[in-house]
Design a protein around this ligand. Sequence first.
Ligand code: HEC
Ligand code: HEC
Length: 220
Amino acid sequence: MITGYLHTPFNKSLVMGGILALTVLFPTCVMSTPEEIMRALELTPDIENGKKVYPLCANCHMQNGWGKEDGSFPVIAGQHRNVLIKQLSDIRTKNRDNPTMYPFTDPGSVGGAQGVSDVTAYIASMPKDPEPGVGSGQKLDYARELYRKQCFQCHGKKGHGDNESFIPSLKGQHYAYLLRQLEWIRDGYRKNSNPVMVGKIKNMSDDELSAVADYLSRLK
Ligand code: HEC
Ligand code: HEC
């Protein structure tokens, strides 16, 4: 069951297959761009070059990749490389709305598929924010139980996610960003969400989402 969740829905060939299918269905919609982003998965990254490309992202995600405590820009430092690549591709296809960042997901701006490969490897190698923005701290025991029952099977015991399965690490992310994403996932604004996850989140109250976001932001 668990392996089914972890591997079937998000394996690399399925993701690539989906993108290829889109290319066939909509050849005129410049689908080659997200495909080019996903091609980065197959390339060997050059971290030194990634470091040179990164300043493009630092305008918003900051030099250290820790974003902003108010959640306007997420922590990206230390996120799994496959997750970074998939999110860039989803933003590019508007499968995930992010108009502010859209121009920076043009592979041309970071040096093609190789540039995407390099910059994501550099970001994945950066240390995470040791002091992200957190919530009120009032319902952490309750949140731990909720997380264990509903989220643990995919995001892992400590919120570390899984690179191979494209599951984001959630620990040490800013509370305000997590809460916004959870609301968007619940309310259907984040189109790229895993459907099993949506099933679990759609009936959760604002209070429950806030408690879980608080709990995750505090995981080291
Ligand atoms: C103009 C500002 C801006 C720039 C420049 C920018 N981003 Fe972003 N990025 C954002 C915002 C805003 C979000 C959060 C959007 C949301 O709330 O869904 C985001 C989200 C992301 C995410 C998703 C994070 C997650 O946890 O799912 C990734 C990955 C990312 N950015 C990578 C990059 C990379 C790599 C670059 C440089 C090539 C970059 N960004 C440049 C504004 C920016
Ligand atoms: C069936 C597996 C699964 C379950 C269960 C699950 N998730 Fe997820 N979650 C994912 C995947 C996969 C993504 C990335 C979505 C994508 O890119 O398409 C994700 C993304 C997220 C994000 C966005 C992260 C970011 O950086 O933007 C948050 C927040 C999140 N999950 C929280 C939760 C919480 C809280 C629960 C439990 C209530 C949960 N998830 C249950 C698989 C799951």
